[in-house]
Write a protein that binds this ligand. Structure first.
Ligand code: NCD
Length: 306
């Protein structure tokens, strides 16, 4: 039985196969309409979510399966003090596969160790978010035509942003990847990511706190939200929340083929007048998230549609 905790749980070949399957689903959804008949997905969300939870649910429903679960810790037995280990033991009797989001780093891993069904990490604290990464990889591959030889600007909250941590882990496995890390001093990429991931693998990167200057030469600008819920101090959040705002004016100086991605939800970091720019692909990215999660469910359940 396989789980998905980090994007590195799949080899590059397995990742490419999964993305190929997601593309086939995108183009031939009818082939998969009954692939999960009779199967159940449990969504165990101890932290808020819109896209991730609903795209998981849409993915299972699109394949004829059903869904059950909870969308906040307060509506589950965790509010009575139940452990993640006990919850997953019980859910294993009710469902065939589960997606778990938790504010504590490592909680989905604990669940996987006690689970009788595949567990998918749907985001654990500031740590990893592998299904967003698969979504991002599908977006880049579909719209740029490749996953190698790219310069990617990562902008915003690089300290707490789990989507950024997972994406870096996944992309360094492709040749010719460079990163431009755009953040204020206080929200820089953690040292463990720089030393253990970038430096150890000889990945070129530069740090720059100026978005205008950093945009030149980028193939992709990956914007992120300042993660209010992970700040200890509201004043620090208020000081930093509007530090980077990508607007139409800035886009007019950006490279003509630079894709703008964002895992969403956005707050102030991209103004709505950027949405119509053909380079802004964040809503398309959200759509790819459904195909990728369908492919992931099929892969972990080892279902082969006929
Ligand atoms: C992200 C997350 O939850 O980490 N959202 C998502 O899953 N698409 C990004 C965020 O919350 O800022």
């Amino acid at each position: 039985m396989r789980h998905l905790m980090s994007p590195l749980d799949f080899s590059v070949d397995e990742t490419n196969q999964l993305l190929d399957l997601a593309v086939d689903i995108e183009h031939h959804p009818e082939k998969y309409a009954h692939a999960c008949d009779g199967k159940k997905l449990a969504t165990l969300f101890y932290e808020p979510s819109t896209r991730t939870r609903l795209s998981f649910e849409a993915a299972m429903l699109n394949m004829g399966g059903s869904v059950l679960g909870f969308s906040s810790a307060s509506s589950s037995s965790v509010s009575k003090g139940e452990s993640v280990a006990d919850t997953i033991r019980v859910i294993s009797c009710y469902a065939d596969i589960c997606a778990m989001r938790h504010p504590k780093e490592g909680a989905p891993l604990v669940a996987a160790q006690h689970s009788g069904i595949p567990v998918i990490n749907a985001g654990d604290g500031g740590h990893q978010h592998p299904t967003q990464t698969l979504t991002d990889l599908m977006t880049i591959r579909s719209l740029k035509g490749r996953l190698d030889h790219l310069t990617i600007g990562l902008c915003g909250d690089l300290k707490f942003g789990r989507t950024v941590h997972s994406l870096i882990n996944a992309l360094i496995r492709y040749p010719g990847i460079k990163f431009v890390l755009i953040s204020p001093e206080e929200l820089k990429l953690p040292d463990y990511m720089k030393q253990d991931v970038l430096d150890r693998n000889h990945i070129p990167y530069e740090e720059n706190n100026n978005l205008d200057a950093a945009m030149q030469g980028l193939d992709i600008l990956y914007m992120t939200r300042i993660q209010r819920e992970r700040f200890f101090n509201e004043d620090d959040y208020i000081r930093m929340r509007d530090i980077y705002i990508l607007d139409k004016e800035k886009m007019s100086h950006a490279p003509k083929d630079m894709l703008v991605m964002h895992p969403l939800p956005r707050v102030n970091e991209i103004t709505v007048d950027v949405d119509d720019d053909p380079r802004a692909v964040y809503f398309k990215q959200a759509q790819y998230g459904v195909y990728v999660r369908m492919a992931l469910i099929l892969t972990l359940l080892e279902v082969k549609p006929c």
